[in-house]
Ligand binder design. Sequence first.
Ligand SMILES: O=c1ccn([C@@H]2O[C@H](COP(=O)(O)O)[C@@H](O)[C@H]2O)c(=O)[nH]1
Length: 268
Amino acid sequence: MTESFPERLQSLTAERGQLCVGIDPHLSVLEAWGLPATVEGLEKCVRAMLDATVGAVAVVKPNSAAFEVFGAAGIAVLERAIAELRESGVLVLLDVKRGDIGISMDDYARAYLEEGAPLSVDAITVNPFLGIGSLKPAMERARDNGRGLYVLCRTSNPEGGQVQTAWAGKYSVAERMVQEVLEANRPDIFGPFGLVVGATLPELDVDLAEFNGSILAPGIGAQGATLEGVRELFGELYPKVLPTASRAVMQSGPDVSALAEAIDALRG
Ligand SMILES: O=c1ccn([C@@H]2O[C@H](COP(=O)(O)O)[C@@H](O)[C@H]2O)c(=O)[nH]1
């Protein structure tokens, strides 16, 4: 891989826009699409999402949990979807929220951030709850292999603030994450380590003015946020933001052209 993750991200979003489409084949989606809650149902749902997103958006974000529900057969569907998306040139951000101590974090990093690994993707979401230092093996592999990480910082769920806005010395926990990830990105102007900051926040309670990476903003649609709201929330930081929607798109399925229209409508 010749270009780094931020380089690939910047060139593809310049061409296709910043909207990141989530693939969340939750059982409720399968049911709404008239599909059985089986691996066959999962495969059909994912097939339609691939047909609607390949060539249309810069970044696709499958959520690993929806595939893990089906065990090894579900993971195999995820593996094939990742391969197809990456071969077509779409960036894959796997939402898997990993976080562990050294050796185990290193295994996660090898699973997702190493070229040739079955589940190798462009970027993953990671959980800094064991301390930002515990993410070091993933940071090293991401940098060495031209991949990216999105560190959970101010998540879109209403419970997130309980921990994330708690005071940790001079800063809130979330502010501390911003500082740590900003430092890890240096000396890059736009580094491989991003943050997750929910689109649903009523106001931005972390200072991102100096932040030198990509910002994933989930919560458009089903969780109540709007694209206009995201522009307002992030203001001049908006060019760094990937607004993200899953169910807001998937509710238009299973028809592929209806899914494509939903993506176009959201893209504005
Ligand atoms: O703070 C976060 C982090 C991750 N997510 C994930 O994004 C999608 C949201 O799905 P929608 O259907 O667009 O609500 C889902 O995979 C979450 O696990 C998040 O929502 N908030």
